[in-house]
Design a protein around this ligand. Structure first.
Ligand SMILES: Nc1ncnc2c1ncn2[C@@H]1O[C@H](COP(=O)(O)OP(=O)(O)OP(=O)(O)O)[C@@H](O)[C@H]1O
Ligand SMILES: [Mg+2]
Length: 439
């Protein structure tokens, strides 16, 4: 079957919107309409849009702002500008254009068709050439990693992306669990259906049930109207339940039922509602411990782990550090300073030696900060101290304490560029002691 692309139409002129819609629908595209930039941004947040068609001249926020916004947040999405004023194409050169094509009013249906097809083709070739750029090729939107440890993760993503098997993602904090959940959804065949992410740990226990399953008017004080919950919102797509270990026992019982019977009941109702949903849950705590303490239902645990994806910690996938660091350096370099950033070999050496307890999130923060501190190249001095003074022990290769001390002092001196006063400060010994140790 022909794939139906989603096209978002933005114009303050309803006549044009409807004309565009009529033509595009007859060409078998799926369309969304927005009469303002604000409305367009809302639709973009909730929907997977394949092509944006926008007017430039609009009251309040104009189309240029929308193009800037989408270039930043949806760089790969093709854009087609419909304009009545050929002169604005000059204005457009001012902004960094992604894939922007133009169509001038008035246009025929045939001209529209060609412009849309060109915009898709254009974006495709651009994205491919971007993807060809070495070393930082993302697997899924923004996901990097080809280490052995990470390969298992990508293999499992491939296995589950096109079916609705329940998935449990486990891994330390900052390893990329949420990104894995998004990759499953957005690379699979349900990508066009909703992806709803809920952090169970962020919802107070007494509200979890009504937030997840919805409620009926009058079900409790404050329930002034019927409301759907996250389950209804995610219907047809994916519900991502983050920090599942924080779900209350009442919610756990209902989740079990939702998984077994594929139905939910709103708070205050007796009627069951069918839901067609893939559930992806994530946790950074050990659920088996929680089961032991009677905080987590064992039967639910087994229902959730139909497929378990264990995301390795960054120290278990060290060979990915370089590519991750380079990609963050490029991303933040462009965002903050409008240019690409390099990592010096020495800085990379330090990154590679560190343990990364905060995993990829910590690496991202370190590079982000370094980009702010540096000009073009990230050097040792742009990295936080905690990375520099970590001592790594080679396995089973023990050395005398005196020698270790010597090595460590040398490392500190290296960092201070031979400045003994600074080194003594870091080591918290006086200069005389340092000198005698050096002799
Ligand atoms: N493979 C990857 N490639 C590039 N960036 C990644 C990768 N994995 C994670 N990240 C980035 O690292 C950060 C943390 O990822 P994410 O939020 O998915 O982690 P998490 O496991 O859900 O963490 P937490 O347990 O703290 O919620 C995000 O900014 C994410 O974009
Ligand atoms: Mg998370």
């Amino acid at each position: 079957m022909l794939r139906k692309e989603n096209i978002l139409l933005v114009d303050d002129d309803i006549g044009i919107l409807e004309l565009l819609q009529r033509h595009l629908q007859s060409l078998n595209y799926h369309t969304y309409k927005a009469v303002s930039v604000k409305e367009a941004v809302r639709i973009l947040k909730d929907t997977f849009i394949d092509l944006l068609i926008t007017d430039i001249q609009m009251p309040e926020v104009d189309g240029l702002q929308l193009l800037k916004f989408t270039n930043e947040h949806y760089p790969e999405m093709p854009k087609l500008v419909v304009t009545g004023y050929p002169s604005v194409s000059g204005t457009l050169e001012g902004i960094k254009t992604g894939a922007i094509d133009y169509l001038t009013k008035p246009f025929t249906k045939q001209e529209l068709k060609e412009a849309v097809e060109n915009a898709f083709a254009h974006a495709k070739s651009q994205n491919q050439s971007v993807k060809k750029s070495p070393s930082t090729m993302p697997l899924y939107e923004g996901m990097i990693g080809d280490s052995e440890g990470f390969k298992k993760v990508t293999e499992l993503i491939e296995r589950v992306k096109n079916n609705k098997a329940t998935v449990l993602i486990t891994g330390e904090s900052g390893t990329g669990k949420e990104l894995v959940a998004r990759a499953i959804h957005y690379s699979g065949k349900y990508a066009r259906s909703p992806f709803v992410a809920v952090n169970c740990g962020a919802i107070p226990e007494n509200l979890q049930e009504s937030e997840l399953f919805g409620y009926l008017k009058g079900a409790f004080t404050g329930a002034v109207e019927n409301r759907s919950g996250f389950f209804q919102a995610a219907n047809g797509g994916t519900l991502f339940l983050d920090e599942i270990g924080s779900a209350s026992l009442a919610v756990q019982a209902k989740l079990l039922r939702a998984l077994q019977e594929k139905e939910v009941v709103r708070v205050g109702s007796r009627k069951t509602e069918k839901v067609d949903i893939r559930i992806i849950a994530a946790t950074n705590s050990n659920l088996l411990d929680d089961i032991h303490k009677n905080h987590f239902r064992e039967d639910l645990y087994y229902r959730l782990t139909v497929v378990e994806i264990q995301v390795p910690s960054l120290s278990e996938r060290r060979s990915d550090i370089k590519k991750l660091a380079e990609s963050f350096a490029n991303r933040y370099g462009l965002e903050y300073k409008d240019r690409h950033f390099k990592l010096s070999p020495e800085a990379y050496e330090i990154l590679n030696r560190y343990d990364w307890p905060g995993n990829i999130r910590e690496l991202e923060n370190v590079i982000q900060r370094a980009v702010i501190m540096a000009d073009r190249s990230i050097e040792i001095q742009h990295l936080p101290d905690r990375l520099k003074f970590q001592i790594s022990f080679e396995d089973e290769k023990f050395i005398p304490l005196k020698k270790m001390e010597q090595k460590y002092i040398e490392r500190v001196l290296e960092h201070t560029n031979g400045n003994k006063t600074k080194a003594a400060e870091i080591l918290q010994i006086d200069r005389k002691t340092l000198r005698s140790k050096l002799n």
